[in-house]
Design a protein around this ligand. Structure first.
Ligand code: PMP
Length: 390
């Protein structure tokens, strides 16, 4: 038997040989469109701070006030000593925002997905899961005692076929991302819900990238389509600008999760200061659509300009803009050239995306100025021409 480190070194060598080795970069500034990364100034087009709330002064003030009052850590799980009035207030706020009866906080969106999928569907049930669902949904399905059946990405015919073939299961749950993190596609929740009604299935939607972004008031995919899924999962770490996850739904659902979801029961509660900052974020999102409108016009400007230049751009109108390059080596070269020009936007390669579909995954925020976007587009044009992609 090899020494542990010797064996792990070999494993890392394999990861490197497969071109999948990852390493950390240090951010030396707050999440803004322009940041110091490893000491160098970059224009960042890869952050989830879609509405620029992560360093909004109102959120910082809200966190600071409660930080001074309640201290740094919550020091207990929600069911012991970790539940404060700020957890309660934020849950009420999320329920009101998502237009559901109740909501429950988790320490992250990842843990919310895992917590729901490992507790709600039981042995004898089946989960129908979109092929491009987030890793936390996949892990939740793996932990569940229910079976999992994967359907092709937003392919409603395939989902229906799978529904027809799974009628012998006790209960059926369809689970989908609202906005898909690598493709920027929006799940057709209206069609998913009508299929679910026809075939007697429950619908779970992970609205991580849609909360604060989609719908007239930013309530997410449900508002975008005017529908009501059974379970809405979300994160506070993207448009809301803070940290943590949540589930919104009926009072009974929340009571069930509070009693059965292991990632809720056995996790230390979120810090109250972060709950207070998140509460302030939802108030900002509810009060004004200025940020959402700015975000929307930034998305449209980037997408239409790139398409006019001749780039293939995937997805619907969301802040996730995948620019298709094709081969992984070319995508890496493209990302490196962007970085030489001071732009930070990652190359996404297999196995994260299918072979031949390597891409630059741009994300845009409401805080990007038109000058910053013009510069990004200028760089894309020059690099695209240089690499003969357009
Ligand atoms: N779902 C989706 C679709 C995501 O993209 C992410 C974050 N990458 C999560 C869930 C997890 O959320 P969190 O970062 O709050 O754990």
């Amino acid at each position: 038997m090899l020494e542990l480190d010797e064996w792990l070194s070999k494993r890392i060598d394999q990861t490197k040989a497969a071109g999948l080795y990852r390493k950390l970069r240090t951010m030396n500034t707050a999440p803004l469109p322009e940041m110091l990364i490893d000491g160098m100034r970059h224009l960042v087009f890869s952050s989830n701070n879609y509405l620029g709330l992560a360093n909004d002064r109102q959120l910082v003030y809200a966190a600071e006030t409660i930080l001074n009052e309640f201290g740094v850590g919550s020091s207990g799980s929600r069911l012991t000593t970790g539940h404060t009035e700020w957890h309660r207030r934020l849950e009420e706020k999320i329920a009101q925002f998502k237009q559901t009866e109740a909501a429950l906080l988790f320490s992250s969106g990842f843990l919310a997905n895992v917590g729901v999928l490992s507790s709600l569907p039981e042995k004898g049930d089946v989960i129908l899961s979109d092929k491009l669902n987030h890793a936390s949904i996949i892990d939740g399905c793996r932990l569940s005692k229910a079976s999992t059946v994967v359907y092709n990405h937003i392919d409603m015919d395939h989902l229906e076929e799978k529904l027809k073939k799974t009628s012998h299961y006790m209960r059926r749950f369809i689970v989908t991302d609202g906005v898909f993190s690598m493709d920027g596609t929006i799940a057709p929740l209206d069609q998913i819900i009508s299929l679910a009604k026809r075939y007697h299935a429950y619908v779970i939607v992970d609205d991580a990238h849609a909360t604060g972004v989609l719908g007239e008031k930013g309530r997410g995919t449900s508002e975008h389509f005017g529908v009501h899924p059974d379970v809405v999962i979300g994160t506070l770490s993207k448009a809301v600008g803070t940290e943590g996850g949540f589930v919104a739904g009926s009072r009974v659902l929340i009571d069930f999760l509070l009693n059965h979801s292991r990632t809720f029961i056995f996790q230390t509660a979120m810090p109250p200061s972060i709950c207070s900052a998140s509460y302030a974020a939802f108030e900002i999102i509810e009060e004004s659509d200025t940020k959402r409108k700015l975000l929307d016009s930034n998305v449209k400007k980037i997408k239409t300009s790139l398409v006019e230049m001749g780039f293939e751009v995937k997805g619907d109108d969301t802040p996730i803009i995948p620019v298709m390059i094709g081969e992984p080596t070319e995508a890496v070269i493209f990302a490196e050239k962007l970085q030489e020009n001071g732009i930070f936007a990652p190359a996404i390669r297999p196995p994260t995306v299918p072979v031949g579909e390597s891409r630059i995954r741009l994300t845009v925020t409401s805080d990007h100025s038109s000058n910053e976007i013009d510069y990004l587009l200028e760089c894309f044009y020059c690099i695209g021409k240089e690499l003969k992609l357009i």
